[in-house]
Design a protein around this ligand. Sequence first.
Ligand code: HEM
Length: 554
Amino acid sequence: MDQVVHIHASQDGSTHLFAAAVVMAAVLAYLTWFWGLTRDLSGPRVWPLFGSLPGLICNRKRIHDWIADNLRSTGAAATYQTCILPLPFFARRQGFVTVTCNPRNLEHVLRTRFDNYPKGPMWQSAFHDLLGQGIFNSDGDTWLLQRKTAALEFTTRTLRQAMARWTNRSIKTRLWRILAQNCDKAGHGAGVDLQDLLLRLTFDNICGLTFGKDPETLSPDLPDNPFASAFDAATEATLQRFLYPSFLWRLKKALGLGTEKSLKSSLEVVDRYMTDAITARKENPSDDLLSRFIKKKDGSQNAFPTSVLQWIALNFVLAGRDTSSVALSWFFWTVMQRPDVESKVVGEVAAVLRETRGEDTSKWVEEPLTFDELERLVYLKAALAETLRLYPSVPEDSKYVVADDVLPDGTAVPAGSAITYSIYSVGRMETIWGEDCMEFKPERWLSPEGDRFQPARDAYRFVAFNAGPRTCLGKDLAYLQMKSIASAVLLRHRLELVPGHKVQQKMSLTLFMKNGLRVYVRPRDLDSTEHCCSSSSPNLKAAATTLIDAAGAA
Ligand code: HEM
């Protein structure tokens, strides 16, 4: 009996030993494989099993600055590779990410080998319920047809005039009134959340421009609008899908759980609103984008069906809704800290209005600036471009790699992996923008005489509006809208940040301010404005030349 127990014990012992040896061998094999995988990676530390996730979590409140730091540490290459899922079969495909802000790599991805870098299946499937196969969410021929059709419309003067009309109407009838109501409410209290007002205003504008109906979410009592709330909730729920492996949100969708359940009900509200809008436009066409698409034909010379028109319209709303308001929030925040920039902006607006409306300053604030007056604001445009260089509304963007490729800097990218191009980092690299890259200097964007706006010589050094065949279609409209709102606010008011209000970036696909932008609104005394900067006056030229000389000397 003792002998039997002994034999069993020794058999158990050897089984355990064998199991331990197998585990050890597996761990060793994994670690050897892991070492092989990570030895050439240049980015942040990659951990066994967890990949770069620990670094990402530790830096979750400063993701964009963390990415910029990582890129800076690679020197002129401005590129690194990392693995978010270090498991065999995934590690070199879905789990592998190349992060870059090197202008030559950006040009390669966004233009030279455009076909090899589409948005890709993960992006498209996550956004499909909200955006269908609209311009923002499609690749290949589906994208190309919409792009060509839309590009024709975006070059027309009538569309720019329509944007100016929608924007000026909401400034005059609502924004100015709300600011006046909140003006000089002593130096205490919570002030107004300027970002919230701007988000409402640009949402109203883009709905007006897209389907000819202004939902008036910007009103003195700041109402909740079912369409706006449902659209917000649907966008938020869609973004949640990027946080999990795709099988998880698909399962939640099939079972109708959590955010997937609320996404379904939000989409129903959006769907009803859009169906009504499309019916209204079919019966009563106007100069909005939807009416223009209703008149067009698809690739087979048929009219676009209602479902496709709905996608098209929603894609424009998503593309154009928050981007300008977020940029304006960062612009106003900068202006509050830089009285020199503020006085030049106001001086330039005043100089243009003196020429077009005369000396009586009450005439300057009767109406927002006209299209032609806005065209002359070159310093303001430069200040907005400078804002977007440092605070791009879309801070990071991503593409899918179709086939193995080598980037111009020699980085090999495997098929099935992703490329994140950090728009936020491009503007903050000494190797790209020079030693003063972190300084806010609108003069970078002006001709030596200071009378012309000069776009970046290399389009891939400034990609806030993307670049290549998928460049933002709304860029000119966005500048027009932002100039109109910025001049209208600063002409009537001075702004002061509410003491103690913390301006922080929200970690999202759009660079929102996490806590909004709380400001006190003060009246502006235009009669005491120093008119230093007329776009055509020798004063501005002299001031600009001095500044540029000073910058050069520094
Ligand atoms: C400051 C304001 C804006 C910024 C910074 C901006 C930026 C961008 C960026 C980065 C993209 C590329 C997105 C991607 O492919 O992943 C884009 C695309 C696009 N934008 Fe804008 N945008 C702005 C305003 C607007 C406005 C006002 C409109 C419409 C009226 C608009 C319409 C579009 C469209 C239609 C696309 C898709 C182009 C395509 O895929 O072919 N954008 N924009």
